[in-house]
Design a protein around this ligand. Structure first.
Ligand SMILES: [Zn+2]
Ligand SMILES: [Zn+2]
Length: 266
């Protein structure tokens, strides 16, 4: 079975990822307009009508912007933890709410769709009840962790078992320190419920990953405090120091990535 992955957008202006077979798929996060989801899927050879569900990581607007429209206009089930649904219901910037499509995912109870099983797990960020997701298919594990201040034990458990990993590399420490953000925002970003720096991700991966991991995509790069070249180099250099060989990519912020076909390398 062929599994395809594409990032439709990644970063503080919006996040949305598609993973699916040639017949159907799921979205993780819905932080860009539905017309862009539709267009970007179509251009990559996929169809929004064949998306079975959307899974939400947390209640920040760059992850949920069109969750309500997907639920009410495209009739998609929208999975999130109960607390995240409540936060979305109560948010004044999240205008179209999720009603008919509301589905609860429990961190202890995976959701199954034919060839996929989707598990939610806790991560450390300043949303209401933030999660990462692992999508299991064909005995392979695809894990996505974005928006996290540090890698807690649960996240670590999932990351080290992954064959494919999308992980945040939000900022370059020097660029953030010398940049124009106010001190309070710099502290928020660097804090335990903020975002991962290039170096945090690089060090974690170089110390913890094993031979199972074949692909790593760096996501949620800051526009102001990072560049794709810096993120790539910081992680690639650390992995090289340890002799670790993976396919490493940086996901674009505002445009779709290539389509990656997973599973063929085994
Ligand atoms: Zn975000
Ligand atoms: Zn966030």
């Amino acid at each position: 079975m062929q599994i395809n992955f594409i990032s439709l957008a990644s970063g503080s202006s919006g996040n949305c990822f598609y993973i699916g077979t040639n017949d159907y798929g799921i979205l993780i996060d819905a932080g860009i307009a539905v017309r862009n989801i539709k267009k970007r899927l179509h251009n990559a050879g996929f169809d929004l009508n064949k998306v079975r569900a959307a899974f939400i990581t947390h209640d920040h607007i760059d992850h949920i912007k069109s969750a309500g429209v997907l639920s009410e206009k495209s009739f998609l089930p929208v999975y999130a933890t109960e607390k995240t649904h409540n936060a979305m219901d109560n948010s004044c910037i999240f205008r179209q709410k999720v009603y008919s499509g509301k589905r609860i995912i429990e961190k202890t109870m995976p959701v199954a769709f034919d060839d996929f099983t989707i598990e939610a797990f806790e991560i450390s960020h300043d949303g209401c009840d933030c999660v990462g997701y692992t999508v299991c298919f064909n005995d392979k594990r695809f894990t996505l962790v974005t928006d996290l201040g540090y890698i807690c034990e649960k996240a670590k458990e999932h990351i080290i078992k992954a064959n494919y990993l999308v992980i945040e590399a939000n900022y370059d420490e020097q660029m953030l320190d010398s940049g124009k953000y106010p001190l309070s925002l710099k502290q928020r970003i660097k804090g335990n419920t903020g975002h991962l720096s290039n170096m945090q991700t690089a060090e974690f991966l170089s110390e913890n990953i094993n031979g199972k991991l074949s692909h790593v995509w760096l996501c949620h790069l800051s526009k102001e405090n990072n560049t794709p070249q810096l993120a790539y180099k910081t992680v690639a250099d650390k992995l090289e120091e340890k002799g670790i060989n993976v396919n490493l990519y940086v996901l674009p912020r505002t445009s779709p990535s290539n389509v990656f076909v997973l599973g063929d390398e085994y």
